[in-house]
Design a protein around this ligand. Structure first.
Ligand code: ADP
Length: 248
């Protein structure tokens, strides 16, 4: 079994939009518990890759596996989300008029166990998880605060918390520290280091000092495929990577 020890596996994936190859022979794999950063210039295919993994975009060819046995190309977007692949877009989308606690509670409502009930009655296990998540996202003292009154950074953490309520196996995050203060960025790094190991994470980010803090391995995408892979120091020293960032 060649896919053993991988939570996510892409092999020779191709996607064209009107004849333009947005994803061009992309192969990549993520180990369980790994935190992988994805960098690359605008138009490299980062968003399209996330769209493929989450079932939003269907590739023309190639393989996309979750774990060693689940062929993701056979499932729809909602089914993929229900399998434990959570995605966070760049802009935070929390319910502004609800409290932090209620936002986390509501995140469970998409779970089939409570979908058929009009009343939220958290089980003991869910209450414990909610408390744990509040702590992880640095909002334990803000549970009763209205989400609309949180800072930009706190809203981003809350949205990550909402994903965590579903206990995802893999989290895909798009520029999580964009627009954050230095202090918020540092606390987000702490948060990610807490998540690593328990969850697998794929993080698209431009902030190199943040990447250096959180990730052992970086993948550089360019023109729809992997240009380089390694530690941040390794890829930053790579002539081809330098050319892509400075030469264009
Ligand atoms: P990134 O996220 O790295 O900036 P994208 O995945 O958004 O890159 O885009 C990769 C390339 O594919 C870009 O050239 C973009 O213009 C093109 N592209 C993405 N989505 C579409 C689409 N729906 N229709 C046409 N072209 C698209």
């Amino acid at each position: 079994d060649t896919t053993h020890g991988r939570i996510l596996y892409l092999e020779d994936v191709n996607v064209s939009f009107d004849g333009f190859k947005a994803i061009n022979g992309l192969s990549l794999d993520i180990a369980p518990g790994e935190l992988r950063c994805i960098i690359g210039p605008n138009g490299a295919g980062k968003t399209t890759m996330m769209d493929i993994i989450t079932g939003k975009t269907r590739p023309d060819s190639g393989q996309v596996y979750f774990g060693s046995t689940i062929d993701l190309l056979r499932y729809r977007e909602a089914e993929i989300a229900a399998m434990g692949i959570g995605r966070k877009f760049q802009k935070p989308t929390v319910f502004e008029h609800l409290s932090v606690f209620e936002n986390l509670e509501l995140a469970l409502a998409t779970d089939k166990r409570v979908r058929h009930s009009m009343v939220f009655a958290l089980t003991g296990e869910e209450k414990d998880r909610l408390g744990e998540v509040l702590h992880t996202i640095h909002l334990a003292d803000s549970a009763a605060r209205q989400a609309g009154n949180l800072s930009h950074g706190q809203k981003q953490w809350l949205e990550i918390g909402m994903l965590l309520m579903q206990d995802p196996k893999l989290l895909l995050l798009d520029e999580p520290v964009a627009g954050m203060t230095d202090e918020e960025t540092e606390r987000t790094a702490q948060l990610f280091l807490t998540l690593k190991g328990k969850h697998s994470l794929m993080v698209v980010e431009h902030d190199m000092s943040f990447i250096r803090t959180i990730s052992e391995k970086v993948t550089v995408l360019c023109d729809g495929s992997v240009l380089a892979e390694g530690t941040l120091d390794q890829v930053q020293a790579d002539e081809r990577v330098i050319e892509v960032y400075l030469g264009r």
